[in-house]
Design a protein around this ligand. Structure first.
Ligand SMILES: NC(=O)c1ccc[n+]([C@@H]2O[C@H](COP(=O)([O-])OP(=O)(O)OC[C@H]3O[C@@H](n4cnc5c(N)ncnc54)[C@H](OP(=O)(O)O)[C@@H]3O)[C@@H](O)[C@H]2O)c1
Length: 226
């Protein structure tokens, strides 16, 4: 078993939940640490879950000691209630966590972003995601992996009607979404999780961006670059 620690943020979420299950059953990681604002059931002997105050992360800096930081945090404008609150979850917390993890010795970060992320976008969501990517990239990790899934598919609790509607519209179109339109196909949340594990293990140095097709390739071929 490798002596690696992965720190996962967002483990109570759709992508994060799949990622937790995969990391916790992968012998390449001896410790899987999760930080969340509410308790989470154990995923196995390697899993160590902590409930933290996300407004006081700096006071819990020792929890950020890891090799690999995986950030699958996110919210929606409806859940957040304001642009400020949205930016807090999707930009400020990931940036602060990246700084704390880097200071504590992490050499790789994997950020779940979104297709269309662009710091210069006029669309608030895309701009915030792009700004988060840029902020995390600037922290100084040896390896920066940015995953940009399209609309996520998977079993989700609760009512996110916008996403449900998007999936209802896009899913029947999957067979005809080819060529440049293939990126619009929904991305299975568990494929994002599988890609996170495969890329984290491969740890290509430098900055890499993975669009939906690359995410699916890494998920299908965990050795990478099929
Ligand atoms: N949904 C899509 O179709 C889609 C498409 C492309 C990209 N993405 C991106 O992919 C990533 C993962 O998405 P997902 O759908 O798996 O997310 P999700 O299911 O909504 O999970 C989000 C995670 O963030 C945590 N979180 C939310 N607000 C928080 C707060 N104020 N303080 C602390 N933690 C908070 C949640 O914790 P709690 O469980 O405690 O709420 C949960 O663990 C996100 O960055 C998202 O923007 C999503």
């Amino acid at each position: 078993m490798a002596d690696r620690t992965v720190l996962l943020l967002g483990a109570t979420g759709l992508v994060g939940g799949h990622a937790l299950r995969r990391f916790a059953t992968d012998p390449r990681w001896s410790r899987v640490v999760t930080l969340g604002r509410r308790p989470i059931g154990t995923a196995g002997p390697s899993h160590e879950g902590h409930v933290v105050d996300f407004d006081r992360l700096g006071e819990q800096a020792e929890l950020f000691a890891c090799d690999d930081l995986v950030c699958a945090l996110g919210t929606t404008m409806r859940q957040a209630g304001s642009e400020e609150a949205f930016r807090r979850v999707d930009l400020e917390i990931p940036f602060e966590a990246a700084q704390l993890a880097r200071s504590a010795g992490a050499t790789q970060v994997l950020l779940v972003s979104a297709l269309g992320a662009d710091p210069d976008s006029r669309i608030f969501y895309n701009r915030t995601k792009g700004e988060a990517e840029r902020a995390v990239e600037g922290v100084g990790f040896e390896a920066v992996q940015i995953l940009r899934p399209s609309l996520l598919a998977g079993d989700r609790d609760g009512t996110r009607w916008g996403e449900r509607l998007g999936l209802a519209v896009l899913s029947p179109l999957v067979p005809v979404l080819r060529g440049p339109l293939a990126a619009l196909r929904p991305t299975e949340a568990d494929d994002v999780a599988a890609a996170l594990v495969a890329i984290a293990a491969g740890r290509p140095a430098g900055r890499h961006v993975y669009r939906p097709d690359a995410i699916r390739e890494w998920a299908a071929d965990p050795g990478g670059e099929s």
